[in-house]
Ligand binder design. Structure first.
Ligand SMILES: C[S@@+](CC[C@H](N)C(=O)[O-])C[C@H]1O[C@@H](n2cnc3c(N)ncnc32)[C@H](O)[C@@H]1O
Length: 295
């Protein structure tokens, strides 16, 4: 496993001093740290109970290979089928659970291919009472199947390490067809019509990234910053630690840094980590700010 950190950061100095004492290395992270390697070895190298939020966006069991222009690639083919996939993912999720602080949470991003099977594994790891939400990320992308509905959502499973998990009640805009019946319920009106702010639901409509969007790296399975910034805002505070050990192009880490959190990322692909490092350097530019996607 290799390390890559912001040049001159305390994490970089610490790693040179003592590469064997990972606990101390991790405790010294001030900004961001990237680890190159399998999620299992990266997580095993870190101390227990320090992370406030971990997001996992692993391969989804799609049966496909993914490649980006810059050379980053990963395979999502599982000759042993779903059982082999779950058997591979479960020990990595168990390590992520170990890394969580008592107030921390894990978010596992999947789709219809395996979410049902992984939810059972997570219930077993955390206990079903620590399942908090199943977030539906709904988007509109191309494709018009003839014999089924278009599959236009992913599922993000949210589990807490303990019942003392940190949680910020975010609010969202709820458009109203008319004001009638809402006279005393904080109805506001703007160019889009009447609306009120309500407690955020577990269905999130956030546009998927398209090729011409400025935040596009491009990385084949890159997630929108608005999605990750919302998760970061939901369960962490400035200064907290955020982890992503399938970090790809580094969206989670960028969201964390823009919100004043500290970030540790890992990935098997060196090219993906290069993209991540570049994005992190830009994200720490002074103009960056937190955007939760909530209105
Ligand atoms: C779905 S992508 C993550 C995309 C990321 N959320 C983003 O917004 O760019 C999955 C990532 O997991 C990485 N990966 C696959 N197997 C891995 C493993 N065993 N350990 C660590 N990373 C792995 C791939 O290289 C890929 O970058």
């Amino acid at each position: 496993m290799n390390e890559l950190s912001r040049p001159g950061s305390r994490s970089g100095e610490s790693s040179r001093r003592d590469r064997g004492r990972r606990g101390e290395l991790a405790a010294a992270v001030d900004g961001w740290l990237l680890l190159e390697g399998d999620a299992l070895s990266c997580t095993r190298a870190l101390p227990s109970g320090r992370f406030d939020m971990i997001y996992a966006d692993p391969p989804f069991l799609t049966g496909r290979d993914f490649a980006a222009a810059g050379g980053a690639s990963f395979s999502d083919r599982w000759p042993g089928g779903r059982d082999a996939y779950v058997a591979w993912l479960t020990p990595r999720l168990a390590e992520m659970r170990r890394l969580l602080a008592p107030t921390g949470s894990l978010f596992v991003h999947l789709d219809w291919h395996a979410v049902h099977a992984v939810k059972l594994a997570l219930d077993h790891l955390f206990g079903p009472q620590l399942f908090i939400n199943e977030i539906t990320w709904a988007y509109r992308t191309g494709g018009a199947p003839r014999r089924r509905l278009a599959r236009k959502h992913d599922t993000i499973l949210f589990y807490a390490r303990t019942p003392r998990y940190k949680f910020h009640r975010l609010r969202e805009r709820s458009d109203l067809a008319h004001r009638y019946g809402f006279a005393n319920a904080g109805v506001q009106v703007d160019a889009r019509g009447p609306y009120r702010m309500t407690v955020m639901r577990d269905v999130w409509e956030i546009p998927a990234l398209r090729g011409n969007m400025p935040e596009r790296v491009p990385f084949p399975t890159q997630k929108p910053l608005a999605l990750l910034e919302r998760i970061v805002a939901l369960v962490t505070d400035p200064g907290d630690w955020v982890g992503d050990f399938f970090c790809g192009s580094g969206t989670t880490l960028v969201a964390a840094l823009r919100g004043g959190r500290r970030a540790v990322g890992g990935d098997l692909s060196r090219e993906a980590l290069r993209m991540t490092a570049e994005r992190l350097q830009k994200a720490t530019a002074p103009a960056a700010g937190l955007h939760t996607g909530a209105q």
